[in-house]
Design a protein around this ligand. Structure first.
Ligand code: C2E
Ligand code: MG
Ligand code: MG
Ligand code: MG
Length: 279
């Protein structure tokens, strides 16, 4: 009996889908079929938009809509991840430039772009990012990069040089999906001391059980630690007012989630951001 015959139909379908995604994604990136949507992050106090996260979107003529969590894991270990990042970065920079206005009463809105773990080990990354930001004409402090703990867990000379170069140029980092990975507190402390991290994003798995009491205690502790080391904290995945009320009472300042806004095209984000400035 060969191993293929032990696969169920469902397993065979999934294998075929993964294969199809892996082959079609290259073409999708090269032919401009990856678009970027923007999900606002709001200040809890007044729901004003402080920035937006750029999220990759792919609608394939044959496969239909493929979620980033599905296609990114398949290309993360290949150089295609750099091409995807480049595509999303260009669209994010172009969008963020149009969100800015000269109104001194309103702070400018930042844009954040997700970076995959291995990308920091590409020595060409910092120059590529800095060149793109400069060509787009966006002030460097309005671009943030979202990193998960796996990207920065192990000290690594190339990673450290990239973080340092980008930080020196004014680019900030969000620590993404905090609370569900493997935290190396010594390593995080080092990056905080070096001023690399700007904010911590608390993963939605921790936020969604609110207003449950255990979830409250945990989120309270996480907010205390984060503020104690001088970082902002953003709660991810807020879907209902019960969660929002808990976060507000726990002293959370920023949140992101479907309760406020879903991800949207750049022009819709622009309308919202400029609209709130006109108020
Ligand atoms: P992430 O960086 O943690 O992004 C937040 C994800 O949560 C997004 O899913 C967003 O649509 C979703 N979300 C936001 N608010 C809510 C909510 O209230 N409820 C629920 N259930 N979900 C919410 P999305 O767009 O499917 O992206 C999934 C993940 O794929 C992202 O998680 C990120 O890790 C990755 N990703 C997306 N775009 C890119 C990209 O351009 N590059 C890289 N490297 N990764 C990306
Ligand atoms: Mg993110
Ligand atoms: Mg996240
Ligand atoms: Mg996530």
């Amino acid at each position: 009996m060969n191993s293929a015959s032990t696969l169920t139909d469902t397993e065979r379908e999934w294998t075929a889908r993964r294969l199809s995604i892996s082959t079609r994604i290259r073409h999708a990136i090269a032919s401009g079929n990856i678009t970027t949507e923007f999900q606002p992050v709001v200040r809890i106090r007044d729901r004003s938009i402080v920035g937006c996260e750029a999220l990759a979107r792919w609608n394939d003529p044959i496969l239909g809509t493929v979620c980033p969590s599905e296609f990114i894991t398949l290309i993360e270990a290949s150089p295609l991840i750099n091409d995807l990042f480049d595509t999303v970065l260009q669209q994010a920079l172009a969008a963020a430039v149009t969100w800015q206005s000269d109104s001194p009463a309103h702070p400018p809105a930042w844009v954040s772009v997700n970076l995959s773990a291995r990308q920091l080990r590409n020595p060409a990354l910092p120059d590529m990012i800095l060149r793109s930001v400069s060509e787009a004409g966006l002030p460097t402090n309005l671009l943030t990069l979202e990193l998960t703990e796996t990207a920065i867990l192990e000290p690594d000379p190339i990673t450290d040089r990239a973080l340092h170069t980008l930080r020196e140029a004014g680019i900030g980092f969000h620590l993404d999906d905090f609370g569900v990975g493997y935290s190396n507190m010594a390593r995080l402390g080092e990056l905080i001391a070096k001023g690399v991290l700007r904010s911590v994003k608390i993963d939605r798995q921790l936020v969604q059980p609110l207003p449950d009491n255990d979830a409250r205690s945990l989120l309270n502790a996480l907010r205390t630690i984060t503020h104690a080391v001088g970082l902002d904290v953003i709660a991810e995945g807020v879907e209902c007012t019960a969660q929002l009320d808990s976060l507000a009472s726990l002293g959370y300042d920023y949140a992101q989630g479907w309760l406020f806004h879903r991800a949207m095209p750049a022009h819709a984000a622009r309308t919202l951001i400029l609209g709130q400035r006109a108020e």
